[in-house]
Design a protein around this ligand. Sequence first.
Ligand code: NAD
Ligand code: TYD
Length: 349
Amino acid sequence: MKTLLVTGGAGFIGSNFIKMLLENEQWRIVNLDALTYAGNLETLQDIDDPRYVFVKGDIRDRETVESVFATYDVTRVIHFAAESHVDRSIVEPDVFLTTNVLGTQVLLDAAKRHWNLRPDDKHSRDYSEGVKFVHVSTDEVYGTLGPDGLFTETTPLAPNSPYSASKASSDLIVRAYHETYGLPVNITRCSNNYGPYQFPEKLIPLMIQRAERGETLPVYGDGQQIRDWLHVKDHCVAIWTVAERGRDGDVYNIGGNNEQANVTIVRLILELLGKDDSQITFVTDRPGHDRRYAIDNTKITTELGWRPAYTFDQGLRETVDWYVTHPDWIDHIVSGDYAHYYDKMYAKG
Ligand code: NAD
Ligand code: TYD
């Protein structure tokens, strides 16, 4: 059985991805995750499958990464691991650079060394059949849009936050490993995701849990910033489609043509919870706040035949319902209990 390395699989998108893949494909999956504040093994506790292996480790640690490649004979990587929250990057940018940029380079190095047929020959561009490194990136690398226009794969990179700048930098080092060493890579750039198991610092889960508790709902600035929301399961299918059929070296934008203003989403959530708008509070805007993101998905839809399955109406309804019916998952995060799950599960003699 072939082995897939998923990095950051205890996070929001990685955990949804692992569950999808175990259900639909015959791959062994090694999940390499450092379990930062955003990594939550409770999300994966239902998995009881010999094809799934968890390794606690940091992508910046060469020894760990090398050992994972050697021990499990990895032939494909889906690289999710990252610091992912813009607000945190404004307060503490350093870790965004070390994890998102340097960590990515450590992974690329290991992939090159293990997959190249003549690793000691610096001119060798020959790799084992079928290997692939998929780097999961974001539409935020393109910067911000005015009222019109869409991001295409050739839109110049113009990141505005330390988070998006670190992701853009990682995209460029991935590109360089393809151009210089011929490493088979793809870069995916997706718009904002929503769905189950998202850390409640991000807009949608934050607003759902605060609304339920009767707390204020902090909308930045005028709330008219636009994001192009995609259900996490649609993103996961798109990533696997690229991994299977993407052209080596290519970038694929992923989005579902679903532009929504932030305050509209907050109002929709309140409506689904049967509440009025009185909890909404407009607060000081985020510094450097991008006004609008919107994806042109022509390439992935026409070349690879991917299309989103969820409508926003259905996806948001199901998502609100999921958080309402899984209060323990959120409560353990708020109380900090989730962080002890690893010790409970793995640290006993
Ligand atoms: P997340 O913050 O929920 O999860 C990140 C995971 O990476 C966590 O499990 C964390 O423990 C792990 N991690 C962090 N640093 C690590 C390190 N040094 N070594 C090993 N593991 C480490 O993030 P997410 O929302 O699931 O995003 C996953 C990827 O998708 C990121 O690369 C992000 O940039 C990208 N992306 C996210 C969105 C979105 O809307 N969430 C949209 C487009 C792209
Ligand atoms: P977020 O979920 O942090 O994703 P990103 O910044 O990567 O797009 O935020 C989504 C949008 O919601 C963004 O425009 C900022 C806004 N926002 C608020 O207005 N209030 C909040 O408390 C948060 C977390 C986000």
